[in-house]
Each structure stands twice: as structure tokens, then as C-alpha cells.
Design a protein around this ligand. Structure first.
Ligand SMILES: Cc1ncc(COP(=O)(O)O)c(C=O)c1O
Length: 424
């Protein structure tokens, strides 16, 4: 994308001019308020966003680096970690009763931190360049971790159900392996890996096992309570040593909040960075950033405190109903095929027969009507993250989807690009 650059003004703009310019900058952005953006924004309604904005504004200036100076930030972080741990089995005796963790800026950072912990845990056992074994469906952040932290990430295939191929995972384990990864759910097809089997495999080999619950961590516990999820995925599973769960996804918090948890304090300690090796005195931090914004922490705290258990349960119920409606319509359409059996509200679908329908041509038509859906390859498919804000748009989406398939017929598009994330 081409961005015309705005020079530094000689005389600063007025308060109102700045706000007007910011509003003008937004004109080409996706209008997520109508529920037409399936992903990127998780919308629990206008009043909820107002609360998040107010909470953010209260902590606009404070610095999350130093909780001695700002104990309020320490308290909120502690509450968020405890609440998340509690949702993910920490109060169950099977967890061992010592689950602990840290607030991070997002899913990627939670996975990066879990990877550093795995690396340093392995190095403490004399493994110089450890490996992490995960499936091709595990989030891209593990590959990012590999590049950043001198870890080798070995990706093994998924089976026809898009879940980790266990035999391939076992075959990839050797004396350098530090950690196995399971997703609950995976981003690309929204399936839950066989957490029990992967964690048991890790345990039998003396390895760590991370469950990436960035997507499912604030959804699956409520879906379980609603009776729509029947597989275990958290610290109640023997062998799970760490987990991540994003507040800024199904916790309906503002961007910049996730939690990474460890089964034991001994493991969590690998995440704490401390040094006196400079002229600035004792320095400690538990995340990638030094100085860090307090606004997202306050907004995340506000979100879960305001929604409470019952609010999150209700949002999960509404979202799940809307997601199933789309999934059922996809299953019923002769030209479409769901990719795998999604466990919650994140899923992908494509053409039942790629010679008869180009799903990317369908996405172009949808995009012209203002819908935002991600595109994936291997195989070509459209990816939807359904959230509470999608509920009001579900019927309109299905009508437009059916119309787009009719309009496209057998026409193909040259553009095979995918759109998970781009940056400047
Ligand atoms: C399963 C999973 N893990 C990790 C992430 C990364 O999260 P973030 O984009 O907050 O860094 C995502 C993002 O969609 C995800 O779906």
C-alpha cells in the first residue's frame, strides 16, 4: 500500500485539527461496526467500546514497566492472570495448584515468551540449539520465535482433519527437542488438536508441551460450560506445561492484552529477565517490551470485570449460534466445502470442486460489498472469525455469499494472494 507521508508541521495542529485529520485517515479503513469484518476486531457492542475507551484514557500516561511506581498496574495484571488461570483449569487439583504467569501484549508475544522459556529450559539441560515441534497449522509466531531466538522450529503435517499428525510429531522428536505444541483452536481451520495425546507424548519423553489457546482460551471454557465442547485442552490435562490465551480476542478487550501461563513457578521463572550489566542499575522485566502501555491493561481489566462470567458466557453462546448458522449453510451448499470440523467460531471453507468454483473470485465479489474475510491457501479457502459483532450480519453475509457464488459461476481470478497480515 502507498502511504503519502505527512511532514512534521512547523506549527503544531490544534486539538480539533488533529482529531479531524485522524477521522479523515480512517475513511478507507474497514467499517467493522456493521459486523462485516470477520476477524481483526472483536466487537461486544458500542457501550462496551465506550467502557474500554474510558478505561484506556484513565491509564493513558502510566508506564507498565514499573509496578512499584504504579501498583495499580501490578494489581490489574495479577487479577487478569489469576482470572485466566482459573478459566484454564488452574483451580482443579489436576493442575498441581501452582499455575502462574504473565500478562503480555498479545498472542504473538505470549508464544514468543513460551518459546524463550522452552529454549532456556532446554539449555539448562545442556541442549545448545533446541527445537520446537509443531504442526503446519500452529501460528506463524513460532516461526518468528525461531528466527529471533536461535531455536529450530520443525513443522510437521496435519492429517485430513487438519489436526496434528501424531506419528509425524513423534518422528520429529530427537535429543534436541524442547517442546511440543498443540493448538486449541488452530487459527487456519479452527480445530482442536488432540491435546491429551500430544501432552502425553511430551510427558513420556520429558518434554514441555504448550497449548496455544490464544484463540480458544476465552471461548472454549464457556463453550464447555454450554455443553458444546467435550474435549479437554487445559491444565487439567497431564503433561500440558504452558498455555496462552488472548484477552484481546474473545475476552473482548482492546488490542494489547494476552496471558501466558506456566504449570509451575520454576518454569515461569525462565521468562523473567534480570540484569545489572549496565550503568542503569538493577533492571528486570517479564515481557519483550521495556516501557509498556498501561491503557490496554486497564481496558482488559475493565472488559472482563464488566462482562463477568455471565456476560462472557452469553457472548460465547450468541457467537457460537451465529458461527454454526454459517457453517451449516456452507455444509448445505453443493459448491462449498468446510475445511475440517471447526470446534468453535473460527473456520475456513472453499470450493467442493476447485475446477468448478474459484473461491478467491467469490471473495473479490464479497469484498466489493464491504465484507472482509481472510484468504488462505493449501487448499484455497476463505477464513472467518465470527465474533459477537458478526451476529447481526450473519443473514446478510449468507445472502451475499450465495449471490456471489451465482455471479462468479466458473470465472477465475488471477489474484492468488492471501491476506492474513501485512505491514508497512
Ligand atoms: C491460534 C493463534 N495463536 C496466536 C495468534 C497471534 O495472536 P496476535 O495476533 O494477538 O499476536 C493468533 C492470532 O490470530 C491465533 O489465532
Amino acid at each position: 500500500m502507498d502511504f503519502p507521508s505527512a511532514p512534521l508541521p512547523k506549527a503544531g495542529l490544534s486539538h480539533q485539527e488533529v482529531l479531524d485529520r485522524l477521522a479523515a485517515l480512517k475513511t478507507n479503513d474497514k467499517q467493522w461496526e456493521e459486523g462485516k469484518v470477520f476477524g481483526l476486531v472483536y466487537d461486544a457492542g458500542k457501550a462496551h467500546h465506550e467502557l474500554l475507551r474510558d478505561a484506556m484514557a484513565l491509564f493513558e500516561a502510566e508506564n507498565g514497566l514499573n509496578v512499584l511506581a504504579f501498583p495499580s498496574i501490578g494489581q490489574m495484571s495479577h487479577d487478569l492472570v489469576r482470572i485466566t488461570a482459573s478459566l484454564l483449569g488452574a483451580d482443579d487439583p489436576r493442575s498441581g495448584g501452582a499455575v502462574t504467569g504473565f500478562l503480555t501484549s498479545g498472542g504473538t508475544e505470549s508464544l514468543l515468551q513460551a518459546s524463550i522459556v522452552a529454549r532456556d529450559h532446554a539449555r539448562a539441560r545442556g541442549i545448545a540449539r533446541p527445537t520446537i515441534v509443531c504442526a503446519t497449522s500452529a501460528h506463524a509466531a513460532f516461526t518468528k520465535a525461531a528466527g529471533l531466538f536461535d531455536i529450530e522450529v520443525i513443522r510437521v503435517p496435519v492429517g485430513e482433519d487438519y489436526r496434528v499428525d501424531l506419528a509425524a510429531m513423534e518422528a520429529a522428536i530427537d535429543e534436541r527437542t524442547a517442546m511440543l505444541v498443540a493448538s486449541a483452536v488452530s487459527y487456519p481451520q479452527g480445530v482442536i488438536d488432540d491435546v491429551t495425546a500430544i501432552a502425553a507424548l511430551a510427558e513420556s519423553k520429558g518434554l514441555l508441551c504448550h497449548v496455544d489457546g490464544c484463540m480458544g482460551g476465552y471461548f472454549l471454557p464457556f463453550l464447555t460450560e454450554l455443553g458444546n465442547c467435550h474435549v479437554p485442552f487445559d491444565f487439567t490435562v497431564s503433561g500440558v506445561t504452558s498455555m496462552s490465551a488472548d484477552l484481546h480476542k474473545y475476552g473482548y478487550a482492546s488490542k494489547g492484552a494476552s496471558v501466558v501461563l506456566y504449570r509451575t513457578p520454576a518454569l515461569a521463572r525462565h521468562q523473567v529477565f534480570m540484569t545489572e550489566d549496565w550503568l542503569g542499575g538493577f533492571y528486570a522485566s517479564t515481557t519483550m517490551a521495556g516501557t509498556k502501555p498501561a491503557g490496554p491493561i486497564a481496558a482488559a481489566w475493565a472488559s472482563v470485570m464488566h462482562l463477568g462470567h455471565d456476560g462472557l458466557l452469553q457472548l460465547t453462546r450468541n457467537t457460537y449460534v451465529a458461527a454454526r448458522k454459517i457453517i451449516d449453510a456452507v455444509n448445505a451448499h453443493p459448491k462449498l466445502q468446510l475445511r475440517g470440523e471447526p470446534a468453535m467460531s473460527v473456520f475456513a471453507f472453499g470450493a467442493a470442486n476447485e475446477a468448478e468454483l474459484d473461491i478467491f473470485a467469490v471473495s473479490e465479489v464479497l469484498s466489493r460489498s464491504g465484507w472482509h474475510v481472510d484468504r488462505q491457501r493449501h487448499p484455497d479457502s476463505l477464513h472467518l472469525t465470527v465474533h459477537a459483532g458478526s451476529v447481526k450480519a450473519t443473514d446478510a453475509f449468507l445472502a451475499d455469499l450465495h449471490a456471489a457464488i451465482e455471479e462468479v459461476g466458473t470465472r477465475r481470478t488471477e489474484d492468488r494472494s492471501t491476506t492474513y497480515a501485512t505491514g508497512d
